[in-house]
Design a binder for this molecule. Structure first.
Ligand SMILES: Cc1cc2nc3c(=O)[nH]c(=O)nc-3n(C[C@H](O)[C@H](O)[C@H](O)COP(=O)(O)OP(=O)(O)OC[C@H]3O[C@@H](n4cnc5c(N)ncnc54)[C@H](O)[C@@H]3O)c2cc1C
Length: 438
Protein backbone atom coordinates (compact mmCIF):
# COMPACT_ATOMS: atom_id res chain seq x y z
CA UNK A 1 0.00 0.00 0.00
CA UNK A 2 1.31 3.44 -0.95
CA UNK A 3 1.29 6.07 1.77
CA UNK A 4 0.37 9.39 0.21
CA UNK A 5 1.51 12.88 1.20
CA UNK A 6 -0.56 14.20 4.07
CA UNK A 7 -0.11 17.96 4.03
CA UNK A 8 -3.00 19.85 5.58
CA UNK A 9 -4.34 23.27 4.57
CA UNK A 10 -2.59 25.20 7.36
CA UNK A 11 0.32 26.57 5.33
CA UNK A 12 0.54 30.36 5.58
CA UNK A 13 2.36 30.81 2.25
CA UNK A 14 -0.31 28.90 0.30
CA UNK A 15 -3.19 30.56 2.13
CA UNK A 16 -1.76 34.00 1.32
CA UNK A 17 -2.06 33.33 -2.44
CA UNK A 18 -4.99 34.41 -4.57
CA UNK A 19 -7.39 31.55 -5.36
CA UNK A 20 -5.65 29.16 -7.75
CA UNK A 21 -7.33 28.32 -11.09
CA UNK A 22 -9.21 25.04 -11.38
CA UNK A 23 -7.00 22.00 -11.86
CA UNK A 24 -7.26 18.99 -14.18
CA UNK A 25 -7.58 15.51 -12.67
CA UNK A 26 -6.01 12.39 -14.13
CA UNK A 27 -8.95 10.46 -15.61
CA UNK A 28 -9.40 7.68 -18.18
CA UNK A 29 -6.64 5.49 -19.60
CA UNK A 30 -3.96 7.82 -20.93
CA UNK A 31 -0.54 7.59 -22.53
CA UNK A 32 2.39 10.00 -22.47
CA UNK A 33 5.91 10.04 -23.86
CA UNK A 34 7.18 11.17 -20.47
CA UNK A 35 5.55 11.28 -17.06
CA UNK A 36 6.97 13.43 -14.28
CA UNK A 37 5.54 12.46 -10.92
CA UNK A 38 5.64 15.12 -8.19
CA UNK A 39 5.26 18.82 -8.96
CA UNK A 40 7.56 20.36 -6.36
CA UNK A 41 10.63 22.32 -7.47
CA UNK A 42 12.30 19.11 -8.70
CA UNK A 43 9.33 17.89 -10.78
CA UNK A 44 8.58 21.37 -12.15
CA UNK A 45 12.17 21.67 -13.36
CA UNK A 46 12.18 18.15 -14.84
CA UNK A 47 9.03 18.79 -16.85
CA UNK A 48 10.17 22.20 -18.10
CA UNK A 49 13.55 20.90 -19.29
CA UNK A 50 12.04 17.79 -20.93
CA UNK A 51 9.71 20.08 -22.87
CA UNK A 52 12.63 22.23 -24.00
CA UNK A 53 14.36 19.11 -25.35
CA UNK A 54 11.22 17.55 -26.83
CA UNK A 55 8.71 20.28 -27.74
CA UNK A 56 6.49 17.82 -29.63
CA UNK A 57 6.39 15.10 -26.98
CA UNK A 58 3.41 14.60 -24.68
CA UNK A 59 4.61 15.26 -21.14
CA UNK A 60 2.38 14.72 -18.11
CA UNK A 61 3.19 16.33 -14.75
CA UNK A 62 1.19 14.73 -11.94
CA UNK A 63 0.82 15.57 -8.26
CA UNK A 64 -1.28 14.19 -5.43
CA UNK A 65 -1.95 17.76 -4.26
CA UNK A 66 -2.18 21.22 -5.82
CA UNK A 67 1.15 22.69 -6.92
CA UNK A 68 2.48 24.68 -3.96
CA UNK A 69 0.73 22.57 -1.31
CA UNK A 70 3.65 20.16 -0.76
CA UNK A 71 7.02 20.84 0.88
CA UNK A 72 8.08 23.08 -2.01
CA UNK A 73 5.37 25.57 -1.02
CA UNK A 74 5.76 25.09 2.74
CA UNK A 75 9.43 25.86 3.29
CA UNK A 76 11.12 28.96 4.68
CA UNK A 77 11.92 30.36 1.24
CA UNK A 78 15.73 30.53 1.46
CA UNK A 79 17.23 29.86 -1.95
CA UNK A 80 20.72 29.03 -0.79
CA UNK A 81 23.86 29.19 -2.92
CA UNK A 82 26.32 27.83 -0.35
CA UNK A 83 26.81 24.11 0.24
CA UNK A 84 24.58 23.22 3.18
CA UNK A 85 25.53 22.00 6.64
CA UNK A 86 27.43 18.72 6.25
CA UNK A 87 28.34 19.40 2.61
CA UNK A 88 30.16 22.51 3.79
CA UNK A 89 32.35 20.23 5.92
CA UNK A 90 33.26 18.01 2.96
CA UNK A 91 37.05 17.40 2.87
CA UNK A 92 37.33 17.89 -0.91
CA UNK A 93 37.32 21.61 -1.91
CA UNK A 94 36.34 20.65 -5.49
CA UNK A 95 33.18 18.95 -4.15
CA UNK A 96 32.12 22.18 -2.45
CA UNK A 97 32.89 24.29 -5.53
CA UNK A 98 30.72 21.97 -7.63
CA UNK A 99 27.82 22.34 -5.18
CA UNK A 100 28.24 26.09 -5.20
CA UNK A 101 28.14 26.29 -8.97
CA UNK A 102 25.13 23.91 -9.15
CA UNK A 103 23.20 26.00 -6.63
CA UNK A 104 24.06 29.16 -8.56
CA UNK A 105 22.90 27.50 -11.76
CA UNK A 106 19.52 27.01 -10.01
CA UNK A 107 19.41 30.58 -8.72
CA UNK A 108 20.17 32.00 -12.19
CA UNK A 109 17.51 29.77 -13.71
CA UNK A 110 14.86 30.74 -11.15
CA UNK A 111 15.77 34.44 -11.40
CA UNK A 112 15.36 34.41 -15.16
CA UNK A 113 12.02 32.54 -14.99
CA UNK A 114 10.71 34.94 -12.33
CA UNK A 115 11.68 37.87 -14.56
CA UNK A 116 10.46 36.30 -17.82
CA UNK A 117 7.01 35.39 -16.49
CA UNK A 118 6.76 38.27 -14.05
CA UNK A 119 6.10 35.84 -11.17
CA UNK A 120 4.90 37.77 -8.14
CA UNK A 121 6.78 35.87 -5.39
CA UNK A 122 8.82 38.38 -3.37
CA UNK A 123 12.00 37.15 -5.12
CA UNK A 124 14.78 39.11 -3.48
CA UNK A 125 18.61 39.17 -3.49
CA UNK A 126 18.54 39.62 0.28
CA UNK A 127 21.48 37.37 1.20
CA UNK A 128 21.34 35.57 4.52
CA UNK A 129 22.31 36.17 8.14
CA UNK A 130 23.62 33.28 10.20
CA UNK A 131 22.97 34.29 13.79
CA UNK A 132 24.35 33.29 17.20
CA UNK A 133 22.47 33.80 20.45
CA UNK A 134 25.33 32.98 22.84
CA UNK A 135 28.69 31.24 23.24
CA UNK A 136 27.61 27.98 21.62
CA UNK A 137 26.32 29.74 18.52
CA UNK A 138 29.39 31.98 18.37
CA UNK A 139 31.67 28.93 18.33
CA UNK A 140 29.68 27.67 15.31
CA UNK A 141 30.05 31.09 13.67
CA UNK A 142 33.83 31.01 14.15
CA UNK A 143 33.91 27.60 12.48
CA UNK A 144 31.63 28.85 9.68
CA UNK A 145 34.00 31.76 9.10
CA UNK A 146 36.90 29.32 8.54
CA UNK A 147 34.81 27.28 6.12
CA UNK A 148 33.85 30.41 4.16
CA UNK A 149 37.48 31.55 4.03
CA UNK A 150 38.54 28.12 2.71
CA UNK A 151 35.75 28.28 0.15
CA UNK A 152 36.89 31.76 -0.95
CA UNK A 153 33.40 33.17 -0.55
CA UNK A 154 32.64 36.70 0.70
CA UNK A 155 31.10 37.28 4.12
CA UNK A 156 30.66 40.11 6.60
CA UNK A 157 30.74 40.18 10.39
CA UNK A 158 27.67 41.82 11.87
CA UNK A 159 27.82 43.00 15.48
CA UNK A 160 24.89 42.47 17.82
CA UNK A 161 24.18 46.22 17.72
CA UNK A 162 24.07 46.38 13.92
CA UNK A 163 22.07 43.17 13.74
CA UNK A 164 19.45 44.59 16.11
CA UNK A 165 18.91 47.49 13.68
CA UNK A 166 17.99 44.98 10.97
CA UNK A 167 16.08 42.40 13.02
CA UNK A 168 14.34 44.70 15.49
CA UNK A 169 15.55 42.53 18.37
CA UNK A 170 18.73 42.41 20.43
CA UNK A 171 18.26 38.68 21.07
CA UNK A 172 21.32 37.75 18.98
CA UNK A 173 24.92 38.40 20.02
CA UNK A 174 26.28 38.57 16.45
CA UNK A 175 25.99 37.15 12.94
CA UNK A 176 27.79 36.46 9.70
CA UNK A 177 26.14 37.81 6.57
CA UNK A 178 26.62 36.06 3.23
CA UNK A 179 25.36 37.90 0.15
CA UNK A 180 24.68 35.09 -2.38
CA UNK A 181 21.35 33.66 -1.16
CA UNK A 182 17.88 34.76 -2.23
CA UNK A 183 14.56 34.91 -0.43
CA UNK A 184 11.21 34.02 -1.92
CA UNK A 185 7.55 33.34 -1.15
CA UNK A 186 7.91 29.62 -1.95
CA UNK A 187 4.26 28.76 -2.69
CA UNK A 188 3.99 31.78 -4.99
CA UNK A 189 7.14 30.71 -6.82
CA UNK A 190 5.98 27.08 -7.20
CA UNK A 191 2.52 28.16 -8.43
CA UNK A 192 4.04 30.77 -10.75
CA UNK A 193 6.37 28.18 -12.27
CA UNK A 194 3.45 25.75 -12.62
CA UNK A 195 1.29 28.37 -14.34
CA UNK A 196 3.97 29.14 -16.93
CA UNK A 197 5.01 25.73 -18.20
CA UNK A 198 5.62 24.99 -21.89
CA UNK A 199 2.45 24.12 -23.79
CA UNK A 200 3.25 20.43 -24.33
CA UNK A 201 3.14 19.75 -20.57
CA UNK A 202 -0.23 18.66 -19.20
CA UNK A 203 -0.60 19.13 -15.47
CA UNK A 204 -2.78 16.83 -13.37
CA UNK A 205 -3.26 17.87 -9.75
CA UNK A 206 -5.14 16.24 -6.87
CA UNK A 207 -4.25 13.03 -8.71
CA UNK A 208 -2.41 10.70 -6.33
CA UNK A 209 -0.75 7.71 -7.94
CA UNK A 210 -1.62 4.72 -5.82
CA UNK A 211 0.13 1.95 -7.76
CA UNK A 212 3.07 1.67 -10.13
CA UNK A 213 3.41 -1.40 -12.37
CA UNK A 214 6.02 -2.40 -14.89
CA UNK A 215 4.37 -3.54 -18.12
CA UNK A 216 5.41 -4.46 -21.63
CA UNK A 217 6.75 -1.22 -23.13
CA UNK A 218 6.72 0.94 -20.04
CA UNK A 219 5.20 1.81 -16.69
CA UNK A 220 1.56 2.05 -15.71
CA UNK A 221 0.73 4.65 -13.09
CA UNK A 222 -2.63 3.94 -11.53
CA UNK A 223 -4.49 6.88 -10.03
CA UNK A 224 -7.79 7.03 -8.17
CA UNK A 225 -9.80 8.11 -11.23
CA UNK A 226 -7.59 7.13 -14.14
CA UNK A 227 -4.24 5.78 -15.26
CA UNK A 228 -1.37 6.77 -17.49
CA UNK A 229 1.21 4.66 -19.26
CA UNK A 230 4.67 5.86 -20.22
CA UNK A 231 8.01 4.45 -21.36
CA UNK A 232 9.91 7.14 -19.40
CA UNK A 233 9.08 8.03 -15.81
CA UNK A 234 10.86 10.77 -13.87
CA UNK A 235 10.26 10.83 -10.13
CA UNK A 236 10.28 14.19 -8.37
CA UNK A 237 8.61 12.63 -5.36
CA UNK A 238 11.31 13.35 -2.77
CA UNK A 239 10.72 11.23 0.36
CA UNK A 240 7.68 9.54 -1.25
CA UNK A 241 9.96 7.84 -3.80
CA UNK A 242 10.35 5.02 -1.29
CA UNK A 243 6.59 4.33 -1.47
CA UNK A 244 7.12 3.01 -5.01
CA UNK A 245 9.73 0.54 -3.80
CA UNK A 246 12.77 2.62 -4.82
CA UNK A 247 15.55 3.70 -2.43
CA UNK A 248 13.71 1.70 0.19
CA UNK A 249 15.29 1.95 3.64
CA UNK A 250 17.62 4.68 2.42
CA UNK A 251 15.54 7.84 2.92
CA UNK A 252 14.52 9.34 6.26
CA UNK A 253 11.26 11.30 6.48
CA UNK A 254 11.71 14.41 8.59
CA UNK A 255 9.14 17.06 9.35
CA UNK A 256 9.93 20.61 10.43
CA UNK A 257 7.50 23.37 11.41
CA UNK A 258 6.87 27.09 10.94
CA UNK A 259 4.49 29.76 12.26
CA UNK A 260 3.92 33.29 11.06
CA UNK A 261 2.18 36.44 12.19
CA UNK A 262 -0.31 38.49 10.27
CA UNK A 263 1.30 41.51 8.53
CA UNK A 264 2.32 44.09 11.16
CA UNK A 265 0.34 47.34 11.02
CA UNK A 266 2.03 50.76 10.97
CA UNK A 267 1.99 51.13 14.75
CA UNK A 268 3.45 47.64 15.23
CA UNK A 269 6.14 48.41 12.64
CA UNK A 270 7.23 51.32 14.84
CA UNK A 271 7.38 49.02 17.87
CA UNK A 272 9.31 46.45 15.83
CA UNK A 273 11.98 49.00 14.73
CA UNK A 274 13.72 46.59 12.28
CA UNK A 275 13.82 46.37 8.48
CA UNK A 276 11.73 44.41 5.98
CA UNK A 277 12.81 41.44 3.86
CA UNK A 278 15.62 39.62 5.62
CA UNK A 279 16.26 36.02 6.64
CA UNK A 280 18.35 34.51 9.41
CA UNK A 281 19.32 30.88 9.84
CA UNK A 282 20.69 29.65 13.15
CA UNK A 283 24.45 29.29 13.65
CA UNK A 284 23.63 26.10 15.54
CA UNK A 285 21.54 24.05 13.10
CA UNK A 286 19.08 22.90 15.74
CA UNK A 287 18.21 26.53 16.52
CA UNK A 288 15.52 28.79 15.04
CA UNK A 289 15.17 30.19 11.53
CA UNK A 290 13.73 33.71 11.54
CA UNK A 291 12.38 35.79 8.66
CA UNK A 292 10.68 39.12 8.15
CA UNK A 293 8.88 39.07 4.82
CA UNK A 294 8.60 41.97 2.42
CA UNK A 295 4.92 42.18 3.42
CA UNK A 296 5.61 42.56 7.16
CA UNK A 297 5.09 39.05 8.52
CA UNK A 298 7.50 37.51 11.02
CA UNK A 299 8.19 33.78 10.60
CA UNK A 300 9.60 31.34 13.14
CA UNK A 301 10.83 27.89 12.03
CA UNK A 302 12.31 25.17 14.22
CA UNK A 303 11.67 21.64 15.59
CA UNK A 304 12.31 18.38 13.78
CA UNK A 305 10.27 15.18 14.01
CA UNK A 306 10.86 11.77 12.48
CA UNK A 307 7.58 11.03 10.65
CA UNK A 308 7.32 7.44 9.39
CA UNK A 309 3.76 8.19 8.17
CA UNK A 310 4.48 11.75 7.05
CA UNK A 311 1.88 14.31 8.22
CA UNK A 312 -0.21 11.49 9.71
CA UNK A 313 2.48 10.95 12.34
CA UNK A 314 1.76 14.31 14.00
CA UNK A 315 -1.13 14.47 16.46
CA UNK A 316 -3.18 17.63 17.02
CA UNK A 317 -1.74 17.77 20.53
CA UNK A 318 1.84 17.77 19.23
CA UNK A 319 0.99 20.43 16.64
CA UNK A 320 -0.40 22.61 19.44
CA UNK A 321 2.72 22.07 21.58
CA UNK A 322 4.95 23.07 18.67
CA UNK A 323 2.86 26.17 18.05
CA UNK A 324 3.11 27.09 21.76
CA UNK A 325 6.89 26.67 21.56
CA UNK A 326 6.99 28.92 18.49
CA UNK A 327 5.06 31.55 20.42
CA UNK A 328 7.60 31.46 23.27
CA UNK A 329 10.45 31.78 20.78
CA UNK A 330 8.69 34.71 19.10
CA UNK A 331 8.02 36.55 22.37
CA UNK A 332 11.60 36.00 23.57
CA UNK A 333 12.68 37.99 20.49
CA UNK A 334 9.77 40.42 20.17
CA UNK A 335 8.18 41.01 23.60
CA UNK A 336 6.96 44.39 22.28
CA UNK A 337 4.75 42.51 19.75
CA UNK A 338 2.82 40.50 22.33
CA UNK A 339 -0.49 41.55 20.76
CA UNK A 340 0.44 40.32 17.28
CA UNK A 341 -1.07 36.84 16.82
CA UNK A 342 0.15 33.98 14.68
CA UNK A 343 -2.30 33.35 11.87
CA UNK A 344 -0.83 30.07 10.59
CA UNK A 345 1.35 27.23 11.89
CA UNK A 346 2.31 24.39 9.59
CA UNK A 347 4.75 21.58 8.99
CA UNK A 348 6.22 19.92 5.93
CA UNK A 349 8.03 16.68 5.18
CA UNK A 350 11.31 16.25 3.35
CA UNK A 351 13.96 13.57 2.91
CA UNK A 352 17.36 13.25 4.49
CA UNK A 353 19.80 10.37 4.34
CA UNK A 354 22.19 9.15 7.00
CA UNK A 355 25.23 9.92 4.84
CA UNK A 356 23.68 13.23 3.64
CA UNK A 357 24.00 12.02 0.06
CA UNK A 358 21.53 12.98 -2.67
CA UNK A 359 20.37 10.40 -5.20
CA UNK A 360 20.44 11.43 -8.88
CA UNK A 361 20.07 9.08 -11.84
CA UNK A 362 18.42 5.88 -13.02
CA UNK A 363 16.53 3.52 -10.71
CA UNK A 364 15.15 0.96 -13.18
CA UNK A 365 14.50 0.59 -16.93
CA UNK A 366 12.89 3.89 -17.89
CA UNK A 367 12.70 5.19 -14.29
CA UNK A 368 14.82 8.11 -13.13
CA UNK A 369 14.83 10.19 -9.96
CA UNK A 370 16.31 13.04 -8.07
CA UNK A 371 15.51 12.29 -4.45
CA UNK A 372 16.75 13.26 -1.02
CA UNK A 373 17.41 16.98 -0.87
CA UNK A 374 18.56 16.95 2.77
CA UNK A 375 16.37 19.96 3.50
CA UNK A 376 17.58 22.47 0.89
CA UNK A 377 15.39 21.60 -2.05
CA UNK A 378 14.51 24.99 -3.52
CA UNK A 379 17.85 25.34 -5.31
CA UNK A 380 18.72 21.63 -5.29
CA UNK A 381 15.33 20.49 -6.60
CA UNK A 382 15.56 23.04 -9.40
CA UNK A 383 19.05 22.18 -10.56
CA UNK A 384 18.77 18.41 -10.06
CA UNK A 385 15.39 18.32 -11.83
CA UNK A 386 16.75 20.26 -14.80
CA UNK A 387 19.86 18.12 -15.09
CA UNK A 388 17.91 14.87 -14.65
CA UNK A 389 15.92 15.77 -17.77
CA UNK A 390 19.23 16.47 -19.58
CA UNK A 391 20.49 13.06 -18.44
CA UNK A 392 17.35 11.29 -19.68
CA UNK A 393 17.66 13.05 -23.05
CA UNK A 394 21.34 12.15 -23.41
CA UNK A 395 22.62 15.74 -23.22
CA UNK A 396 26.09 16.47 -21.87
CA UNK A 397 27.39 19.46 -19.91
CA UNK A 398 29.84 20.45 -17.20
CA UNK A 399 26.90 20.84 -14.79
CA UNK A 400 25.73 17.30 -15.52
CA UNK A 401 29.26 16.01 -14.85
CA UNK A 402 29.32 18.04 -11.63
CA UNK A 403 26.03 16.70 -10.31
CA UNK A 404 27.06 13.13 -11.02
CA UNK A 405 30.26 13.73 -9.05
CA UNK A 406 28.54 15.14 -5.96
CA UNK A 407 25.63 12.67 -5.74
CA UNK A 408 25.60 9.00 -4.84
CA UNK A 409 23.66 6.37 -2.97
CA UNK A 410 22.03 7.32 0.33
CA UNK A 411 23.21 4.84 2.94
CA UNK A 412 21.02 2.03 4.25
CA UNK A 413 19.01 2.64 7.40
CA UNK A 414 18.71 0.16 10.25
CA UNK A 415 15.28 -1.53 10.37
CA UNK A 416 12.34 -0.09 12.31
CA UNK A 417 11.81 0.32 15.23
CA UNK A 418 15.57 0.85 15.70
CA UNK A 419 15.60 3.58 13.05
CA UNK A 420 12.75 5.57 14.59
CA UNK A 421 14.23 5.28 18.08
CA UNK A 422 17.69 6.29 16.85
CA UNK A 423 16.46 9.33 14.91
CA UNK A 424 14.16 10.43 17.73
CA UNK A 425 16.94 10.28 20.30
CA UNK A 426 19.35 12.16 18.00
CA UNK A 427 16.78 14.91 17.45
CA UNK A 428 16.11 15.10 21.20
CA UNK A 429 19.81 15.29 22.03
CA UNK A 430 20.43 18.02 19.43
CA UNK A 431 17.48 20.01 20.81
CA UNK A 432 18.78 19.72 24.36
CA UNK A 433 22.35 20.63 23.39
CA UNK A 434 21.11 23.64 21.45
CA UNK A 435 18.58 24.84 24.02
CA UNK A 436 20.50 28.10 24.58
CA UNK A 437 20.35 28.86 20.83
CA UNK A 438 16.66 28.10 20.22
C1 LIG B 1 9.11 24.09 7.11
C2 LIG B 1 10.17 23.81 6.07
C3 LIG B 1 11.18 24.74 5.84
C4 LIG B 1 12.13 24.51 4.83
N1 LIG B 1 12.98 25.52 4.49
C5 LIG B 1 13.73 25.42 3.36
C6 LIG B 1 14.42 26.56 2.85
O1 LIG B 1 14.33 27.65 3.39
N2 LIG B 1 15.17 26.39 1.72
C7 LIG B 1 15.23 25.19 1.06
O2 LIG B 1 15.94 25.09 0.04
N3 LIG B 1 14.54 24.11 1.50
C8 LIG B 1 13.78 24.20 2.61
N4 LIG B 1 13.03 23.12 3.03
C9 LIG B 1 13.10 21.86 2.27
C10 LIG B 1 12.35 21.97 0.94
O3 LIG B 1 11.01 22.34 1.13
C11 LIG B 1 12.40 20.64 0.21
O4 LIG B 1 13.76 20.29 0.13
C12 LIG B 1 11.82 20.76 -1.20
O5 LIG B 1 10.46 21.06 -1.15
C13 LIG B 1 12.04 19.47 -2.00
O6 LIG B 1 11.48 19.67 -3.29
P1 LIG B 1 11.05 18.44 -4.18
O7 LIG B 1 10.44 18.97 -5.41
O8 LIG B 1 12.21 17.51 -4.31
O9 LIG B 1 9.99 17.64 -3.29
P2 LIG B 1 8.54 18.07 -2.77
O10 LIG B 1 8.38 19.53 -2.70
O11 LIG B 1 8.32 17.26 -1.53
O12 LIG B 1 7.59 17.54 -3.93
C14 LIG B 1 7.24 16.18 -4.05
C15 LIG B 1 5.84 16.13 -4.61
O13 LIG B 1 5.51 14.77 -4.88
C16 LIG B 1 4.12 14.64 -4.68
N5 LIG B 1 3.80 13.22 -4.48
C17 LIG B 1 4.29 12.40 -3.54
N6 LIG B 1 3.73 11.18 -3.63
C18 LIG B 1 2.87 11.23 -4.67
C19 LIG B 1 1.98 10.28 -5.26
N7 LIG B 1 1.86 9.03 -4.79
N8 LIG B 1 1.24 10.68 -6.32
C20 LIG B 1 1.35 11.94 -6.82
N9 LIG B 1 2.17 12.87 -6.28
C21 LIG B 1 2.91 12.52 -5.22
C22 LIG B 1 3.86 15.48 -3.44
O14 LIG B 1 2.51 15.86 -3.33
C23 LIG B 1 4.80 16.66 -3.64
O15 LIG B 1 4.16 17.79 -4.18
C24 LIG B 1 12.12 23.29 4.08
C25 LIG B 1 11.13 22.33 4.35
C26 LIG B 1 10.16 22.59 5.31
C27 LIG B 1 9.11 21.56 5.54
Amino acid sequence: MIHLPHDDNTCGWYNALPKQPKQALLTGAQKADYVVLGAGFAGLAMARRLAEHAPNARIALIDAQRIGEGASGRNSGFVIDLPHKFSLEHPDPAHKQRLLSLNRFAIDQLASLVAKYNIDCQWSAAGKYQGAVGARGEAYLDHFEHLMTDLGEPFEHVTGTDLAKVLGTNYYSRAIYTPGGYLVQPAALACGLGANLPKNIEVFEHSPIVRLEKEQGGWLLQGEHGSIKTPQLLLGTSIFTREFGFLKNRLLPVMTFASWTRPLNDKEMQQYTGLLDWGLTPADHAGTTLRMTADRRIIIRNTYQHVAKYGNSISDKLRQEIQNDHRKVFLARYPQLVDVPFTHSWGGTYAISRNFTNFFGQLDDGVFASACDNGVGVAWGTVSGTLLADYVMGATSQSLDDIQQVTGMPSLNPPEPLLGLGVKSRIKLAKWQSRSEI
